[in-house]
Design a protein around this ligand. Structure first.
Ligand SMILES: Nc1nc2c(ncn2[C@@H]2O[C@H](COP(=O)(O)OP(=O)(O)O)[C@@H](O)[C@H]2O)c(=O)[nH]1
Ligand SMILES: [Mg+2]
Length: 201
């Protein structure tokens, strides 16, 4: 799988604003500032497809990006930013729920967690929420470049335990800064969606 083309299509807060062409969707979610925008830019080889922000909590919409004219990357709004009011949290929750409750074309949800920290209570809830709605979760640990080898080993354990991952669930480590983990992630995400491309001759 190689991403050759990517374009922003639309932002949505409610279902009648989602794309209607039934293409496959892959969604990205995580705490604000976890590195979600950077990861999408790295995967698409674009510097500014998605805005990278020093101020967390800025993106509060569901953003749809058409990739290779074939499927969508869906950038879901981040959570866990301390300065968000109760009513904003409620708006976030209902926006997420409306999307997750009925999206058969959604094939996978990439849950981004910060590799340096133990997953937060919000991360754990998000993981359980996605599973509850019946979607496959792919756990991506971001900012790998900030860890030593030993810290990375420890991080695997901490994340596994916090999210209670079972043996066949992998954690993919990723660094947008070093552009590491990209091929592995694309293989993991698309291996069963476009298997013919992964067949080795
Ligand atoms: N060291 C390092 N910093 C990163 C990485 N990815 C993102 N960041 C930084 O983390 C901050 C938040 O990144 P952003 O992509 O906007 O996160 P988002 O809020 O989850 O979309 C920015 O200052 C980025 O430069 C990474 O792989 N390594
Ligand atoms: Mg962002």
């Amino acid at each position: 799988m190689e991403i050759k083309q990517s374009e922003f299509i639309t932002s949505a807060v409610k279902p009648d604003q989602y794309p209607t062409d039934n293409r496959i969707e892959i969604a990205f979610v995580g705490r604000s500032n976890v590195g979600k925008s950077s990861l999408i830019n790295t995967l698409t080889n674009r510097r500014k497809l998605v805005k990278v922000s020093g101020t967390p909590g800025k993106t509060r919409l569901i953003n749809f990006f058409l990739i290779n004219n074939e499927f969508y990357f869906v950038d879901l709004p981040g959570y866990g930013y301390a300065k968000v009011s109760k009513s904003e949290k409620a708006t976030w929750g209902s926006m997420m729920e409306k999307y997750l409750i009925s999206r058969p074309q959604l094939k996978k949800v990439l849950l981004l967690v910060d590799s340096r920290h133990k997953p937060t209570g919000d991360d754990i809830l998000m993981y359980e929420w996605i599973k509850h709605y019946g979607y496959e979760v792919v756990v991506v640990a971001t900012k790998k470049d900030k860890l030593t080898k030993n810290e990375l080993q420890r991080s695997v354990k901490v994340i596994r335990e916090a999210l209670k991952l079972n043996k066949d669930e992998k954690i993919l480590f990723f660094s947008s800064l070093k552009k590491e983990g990209k091929e592995e992630l694309l293989r993991e995400v698309f291996g069963d969606i476009y298997p013919e491309e992964n067949t080795e001759v």
